[in-house]
Design a protein around this ligand. Structure first.
Ligand SMILES: *[C@@H]1O[C@H](CO)[C@@H](O)[C@H](O)[C@H]1NC(C)=O
Ligand SMILES: *[C@@H]1O[C@H](CO)[C@@H](O)[C@H](O)[C@H]1NC(C)=O
Ligand SMILES: *[C@@H]1O[C@H](CO)[C@@H](O)[C@H](O)[C@H]1NC(C)=O
Ligand SMILES: *[C@@H]1O[C@H](CO)[C@@H](O)[C@H](O)[C@H]1NC(C)=O
Ligand SMILES: *[C@@H]1O[C@H](CO)[C@@H](O)[C@H](O)[C@H]1NC(C)=O
Ligand SMILES: *[C@@H]1O[C@H](CO)[C@@H](O)[C@H](O)[C@H]1NC(C)=O
Ligand SMILES: *[C@@H]1O[C@H](CO)[C@@H](O)[C@H](O)[C@H]1NC(C)=O
Ligand SMILES: *[C@@H]1O[C@H](CO)[C@@H](O)[C@H](O)[C@H]1NC(C)=O
Ligand SMILES: *[C@@H]1O[C@H](CO)[C@@H](O)[C@H](O)[C@H]1NC(C)=O
Ligand SMILES: *[C@@H]1O[C@H](CO)[C@@H](O)[C@H](O)[C@H]1NC(C)=O
Ligand SMILES: *[C@@H]1O[C@H](CO)[C@@H](O)[C@H](O)[C@H]1NC(C)=O
Ligand SMILES: *[C@@H]1O[C@H](CO)[C@@H](O)[C@H](O)[C@H]1NC(C)=O
Ligand SMILES: [Cu+2]
Length: 525
């Protein structure tokens, strides 16, 4: 017994140390799909939109093997995936999928296996193509990390595939044509429809079936709302029901009850929805906005919706009118959310001001008439990825082209980014790869919170000014960009290069990664 007692802790320690591999395969193929009734060729993961759900458990090391079988030349045939919101430890920065920052894309008939040690992260995430505007062509899906010891488990009864609400704008045209049109006209194409769990309608289109979210009377659901838009915002409400927010971008929050929320591209909210109304069918209003509706007569915000159906209710649409939401909503204000587990906010060591602007420039480096800038610099992807330059010995900002908009910051510093208020600023949901930030000041509020602000990885920068703060504790070059991919492709992006020396010490890419750039530049297309 004594011996067993002595061996057992060592055995347990071994078990804990063992990596829990979770292998997932995605086949990237061109598939004809008609989520809103209009058939088009898409870039899909496994032939569906949304792509298959990637399910993980806290502590897993996900290994996602992506097999590229793309053939349709109207859309990009190379690809690379971003796993939005996953931190990666610095030794794995080369697996985070940002083209020309941390990797090169890979072409048809090639495969790549992304390794994602999930550490302590839990919550709602998603994956999408990070190349060009390819995710508008369909390559997006949910990635959920379940926590077997969820501290919020007593707040809900059900949390499974059926409680994922995946929202996305949808386009009838292929992305290359849309980017060309944007370049030529300076007008961002307006989506044709807004999809709720892969279904929606457009003006003059067929009456496709809306997706149904089924609930049982008296039960509490953890709904995971993911805004997988390429351009558009969504306003979400459920007729006659409240929504209690318990998480934002994978970070648990104190419960906060609202009846309507605006979700920007890339953002996620976890809510508890209690089936506490009479058995029936209720509209889930997922109202899409973004751009001048006159630019696309197909788009009808009213038609973006799903159905909340109670067990026992007729298999039919709600008989109540389709509205845009409650007449007198309780709106979610980001600054009213507080983290469940507040992390003290350290004072900052480095302060950066970001001024976003748009210039029309027919000869702009990005090739777009419509050029977006941060501090007058429009980002252009380099030929050699930033990470390769760092591994090759880059030591300061001077080692990067100005158009790489790369901010070099030593490891383990606290950085504050001030988006300067400007009445002319449009809204840009800024997304940081490889970590999250404290939202010290949200747009729309003057409150500066250095005590218990929420942490998240996408926050809106708009006319009122936004202040974000983060620690450079993940060595590596991390992309920081607007999640409206038209803006990103027109230059609204930067790289936060943390700890160059530490990156060289920590990062030892595989041979498969080393070969990506040569293979990419040798591609015929
Ligand atoms: C995608 O399809 C492949 C081939 O059919 C299958 O092996 C794989 O499990 C699917 N991936 C997911 C996440 O369902
Ligand atoms: C991929 O393989 C197919 C079938 O063998 C071939 O026709 C195609 O040219 C290949 N594509 C590339 C980019 O190598
Ligand atoms: C996970 O959390 C534990 C306990 O708080 C901590 O000791 C550990 O360092 C964390 N692991 C990572 C990868 O952050
Ligand atoms: C899609 O392409 C057609 C034909 O070129 C064009 O008329 C239409 O405006 C485009 N729609 C969008 C949303 O770009
Ligand atoms: C998703 O994000 C886009 C872009 O920020 C926004 O226009 C849209 O309203 C958001 N959707 C939801 C449901 O909030
Ligand atoms: C929702 O509430 C409104 C106002 O109280 C009521 O008129 C309507 O019938 C309710 N909807 C359903 C589906 O019960
Ligand atoms: C949008 O759809 C609703 C519901 O079908 C319809 O009543 C309305 O007329 C449509 N709006 C436009 C501008 O077509
Ligand atoms: C437009 O692009 C050209 C060519 O790169 C550049 O020299 C010029 O500074 C740009 N103009 C503006 C206003 O950014
Ligand atoms: C951008 O350029 C304009 C015009 O040259 C100048 O006035 C402004 O100060 C510059 N802004 C930044 C943030 O560098
Ligand atoms: C810097 O970027 C510009 C615009 O893409 C390009 O023309 C130039 O060759 C680059 N310079 C270097 C040194 O890479
Ligand atoms: C940003 O904040 C300003 C100032 O509070 C407000 O006027 C503006 O409407 C906000 N923008 C968005 C898109 O919420
Ligand atoms: C990086 O390493 C070089 C060479 O060892 C050293 O001179 C430099 O001070 C280091 N930089 C930082 C920021 O630690
Ligand atoms: Cu933007």
């Amino acid at each position: 017994m004594k011996l067993l007692a002595a061996i057992f802790p060592a055995f347990l320690a071994l078990l804990v140390a063992a990596q829990n591999f979770n292998d997932v395969t995605l086949e990237i193929i061109n598939t004809d799909l008609a989520p809103d009734g209009f058939t088009r060729s898409t870039v899909s993961a496994n032939g569906t939109f949304p792509g298959p759900i990637i399910r993980a458990t806290k502590g897993d090391t996900l290994r996602v093997t992506v097999n590229n079988q793309l053939t349709d030349p109207t859309m990009r045939r190379s690809t690379t995936l971003d796993f939005d919101g996953i931190f990666f430890d610095s030794s794995n920065v080369y697996n985070e999928g940002t083209p020309f920052v941390t990797t090169c894309p890979f072409g048809p008939n090639a495969s790549y296996t992304y390794v994602l040690p999930l550490g302590n992260q839990t919550g709602s995430y998603w994956y999408h193509s990070q190349l060009s505007l390819q995710y508008a062509d369909g390559l997006r899906g949910a990635l959920i990390i379940y926590d077997p010891d969820d501290p919020q488990a007593d707040l809900y009864d059900v949390d499974d595939d059926s409680t994922i609400w995946f929202l996305g704008d949808w386009w009838h045209n292929a992305s290359i044509a849309m980017l060309e049109s944007y370049q030529a006209t300076q007008i961002i194409p307006v989506a044709d429809s807004g999809l709720f769990n892969g279904a929606g309608r457009f003006n003059t289109g067929p009456l496709t079936e809306y997706a149904v979210s089924t609930v049982t009377s008296g039960t509490r659901y953890r709904m995971r709302i993911i805004n997988a838009s390429a351009r558009s915002d969504f306003t979400v409400s459920v007729d006659n029901h409240t929504m209690t927010v318990i998480g934002a971008d994978g970070v648990a929050t104190e419960p906060h009850t609202v009846t309507e929320m605006l979700i920007h591209a890339g953002q996620r909210y976890d809510i508890v929805l209690t089936a506490d109304q009479p058995v029936g069918n209720y509209w889930i209003n997922t109202i899409l906005s973004g751009g001048n509706a006159a630019h696309n007569l197909n788009l009808n915000a009213t038609l973006g919706r799903g159905i909340l159906r109670y067990e026992g209710a007729p298999n039919a649409e709600p008989t109540t009118p389709m509205t845009l939401g409650p007449a007198d909503p309780i709106i979610l204000n980001e600054w009213e959310l507080t983290p469940l587990d507040p992390v003290p906010v350290p004072p900052f060591d480095v302060e950066l001001s970001f001024v976003t602007s748009m210039t029309a420039n027919a000869s702009s480096p990005s090739g777009f008439n419509s050029q977006w800038n941060i501090n007058n610099v429009s980002y252009v992807s380099p030929v050699v990825p930033t990470l390769l330059k760092v591994l090759g010995g880059a030591t300061s900002a001077d080692d990067f082209n100005v158009t790489e908009n790369t901010f070099v910051i030593p490891a383990n510093k606290v950085v504050q980014i001030n988006f300067v208020p400007d009445p002319n600023n449009e809204l840009h949901p800024f997304h940081l790869h490889g970590g999250n930030f404290w939202v010290i000041k949200s747009n729309g509020s003057d409150i500066v919170n250095e005590v218990n602000p929420i942490r998240r990885d996408v926050a809106a920068a708009a006319s009122g000014g936004t202040i974000l703060r983060f620690t450079t504790d993940h060595a590596g070059p991390w992309f920081f960009h607007c999640h409206i991919f038209f803006h990103m492709n027109a230059g609204l992006a930067s790289v936060i290069a943390q700890g160059l020396n530490e990156t060289r010490t920590d990062v030892h890419p595989t041979e498969a990664w080393d070969n990506l750039c040569d293979a990419y530049y040798a591609l015929p297309c």
